[in-house]
Write a protein that binds this ligand. Structure first.
Ligand SMILES: *[C@@H]1O[C@H](CO)[C@@H](O)[C@H](O)[C@H]1NC(C)=O
Ligand SMILES: *[C@@H]1O[C@H](CO)[C@@H](O)[C@H](O)[C@H]1NC(C)=O
Ligand SMILES: [Cu+2]
Length: 491
């Protein structure tokens, strides 16, 4: 199943005619298929590792969440609506969290989903230049989703949800078990503090972290994407994307890097005999319609500015100061991430104030990221221009949901987030949508072949002056008696 390199047939679908036939790949062998079967049942050699003892998380009283009407999830202090969409994949809407003082449900996000996924390959060759996919609009992150594998994709006690989609001829169909919902205990600590004993008096406090995860995967051709929305009791939402599956490889006459192999002549590293892993990027853009305590919100950049002291003022020469700037219009909220000029990015409700007068907010906390370095006038980058910034904020507009445009097949980039944002509309104290793009540069390596171990990145939506104080201060620790030690059942 290796590539037949250098063979491209161009078909005019309207005329149903082959309009071009190009075969420049003579002399490039088809890579051997040996050692590429990744099915467990097809393995002939023993596993690389001694198998680990069985491990799982037990929930003797069952999970703590409930799902009402098939979609409304209630867990701990969270209530939200969860569904699968043919194009966006998983959609979280009307996410509300309980106030830690009053118990009242407060709005955090009206709707959040992955709006587009852009994957440009870095090879200008006649057979490769067009491999610049918009996987959301061209294939669909729900349409390419298959039933999850119990115990391996999702743990025991998961709740599975179906997607109700439509075929290309307009008939409805059910894609079963494509979302799973489960509680996660990964032996992490949600908070702790201990104090050095003074007069024999010691304090040691620690709380375990248990979270709720909604997961959906997409198998878009060769690649697999794993989308997680993870909810924490401290109000944080972590959005994580994992990449696995198979590389799209390019055939090459080379079997190894010894003979006549010139890195400058090829578009990526050799990952197997006669197969190159072409360098490429992945960008996933999220539409996050934040509604912090209501629809009218503002985007605030809190910039850390370096200050220098004047002579004799202090033994210190420099320090940092946080400076807030409210974005008035869209262009004030076009953000390129910078390590040496850092900022926090808050969405606040200026009319919802804490007892101290701080506006209630959530901040978007970027994780590992990568920016698109293609020329802005490169045709694929025009179509993927929503990756020109990592963060954008637009006024809510129901026809501006899809960052690459509503119709992306053969699009030229005239209906992208970059085009909408160029209008520079007012965004202060309005119903606004925050857009965050997560990016990966992928220089393949041998370990990525034949199937890649998962690579992932995430970003957080984290409360900032939303609660009056630590919202899980009064959470109970776990005691020995809370956890039965499970024994294997007698056979
Ligand atoms: C939001 O602000 C708009 C003006 O920008 C106003 O017309 C609307 O009433 C406000 N909505 C709420 C719920 O406060
Ligand atoms: C809403 O979006 C569409 C498509 O971008 C645009 O034509 C329209 O002008 C927008 N409306 C407003 C009020 O910005
Ligand atoms: Cu990749």
């Amino acid at each position: 199943n290796g590539p037949i390199e250098g063979l491209t047939v161009t078909v005019d679908l309207d005329q149903k005619k082959i309009v071009k036939f190009s075969n420049t790949g003579r002399g490039i062998p088809i890579p051997k298929s040996s050692n590429t079967d990744y099915r467990y049942t097809a393995q002939v050699k023993p596993p690389e590792l001694k198998p680990l003892n069985p491990i799982s998380m037990e929930q003797p009283k069952g999970p703590s969440f409930i799902v009402e009407d098939g979609h409304v999830v209630k867990w701990s202090n969270w209530v939200f609506h969860l569904k699968a969409d043919q194009r966006a994949g998983m959609v979280i809407s009307r996410a509300t969290v309980q106030d830690s003082e009053t118990g009242e449900l407060r709005s955090v996000m009206y709707k959040g989903f992955s709006s587009e996924l852009f994957v440009p390959y870095m090879d200008p060759d006649e057979h490769w230049y067009f491999k610049t996919y918009l996987d959301g609009g061209e294939y669909g992150l729900g349409a390419t989703s298959l039933s999850l594998v119990p115990l391996n994709d999702c743990p025991r006690y998961s709740y599975y949800m179906d997607g109700v989609f439509v075929t290309s001829d307009g008939k409805p169909f059910v894609q079963s078990n494509i979302i799973c919902l489960f509680e996660r205990y990964s032996a992490d600590i949600s908070w702790r503090h201990s104090e050095i004993p003074i007069n024999g008096f010691q304090i040691k406090e620690a709380r375990p972290k248990v979270t709720l995860v909604a997961r959906m995967t997409a198998s878009v051709g060769n690649y697999d994407y794993i989308f997680d929305w993870e909810f924490q009791t401290d109000g944080l939402i972590r959005i994580k994307v994992g990449l696995s599956g198979m590389l799209m490889v390019k055939g090459t006459p080379h079997e190894n890097t010894n003979q006549g192999f010139d890195e400058d002549d090829i578009s990526g590293p050799l990952v197997s005999e006669n197969a190159i892993g072409v360098v490429h990027d992945h960008f996933i853009t999220f539409h996050l319609d934040m509604d912090i305590d209501g629809v009218n919100n503002s985007f605030v950049e809190v910039n850390l500015v370096k200050k220098e002291t004047s002579k004799g003022e202090s033994p210190r020469k420099s320090y940092l100061k946080a400076k807030r700037r409210i974005a008035k219009t869209e262009k004030d909220a076009q953000i390129k991430l910078k390590l040496y000029d850092p900022s926090e990015f808050h969405v606040i409700n200026p009319s919802s104030r804490s007892r101290l007068g701080n506006p209630a907010g959530y901040k978007v906390v970027p994780g590992a990221n990568a920016a698109s370095l293609l020329a802005h006038d490169d045709p694929p980058q025009l179509r993927g221009a929503f990756t020109n910034n990592q963060i954008w904020t637009t006024p809510y507009n129901r026809t501006e949901q899809w960052a690459g445009g509503l119709f992306v097949y053969q699009s030229k980039g005239d209906d992208t987030l970059a085009v909408w944002s160029e209008r520079n509309r007012p965004i202060e104290n309005q119903d606004i949508v925050l857009w965050y793009t997560m990016g990966f540069h992928h220089i393949p390596c041998q370990e990525d072949f034949p199937v890649m171990p998962t690579v992932s990145s995430s970003f957080d939506l984290k409360p900032v002056n939303f609660f009056q104080s630590n919202p899980i201060l009064r959470a109970a620790p776990t005691f020995e008696d809370d956890l039965p030690v499970c024994q294997p059942s007698a056979s």
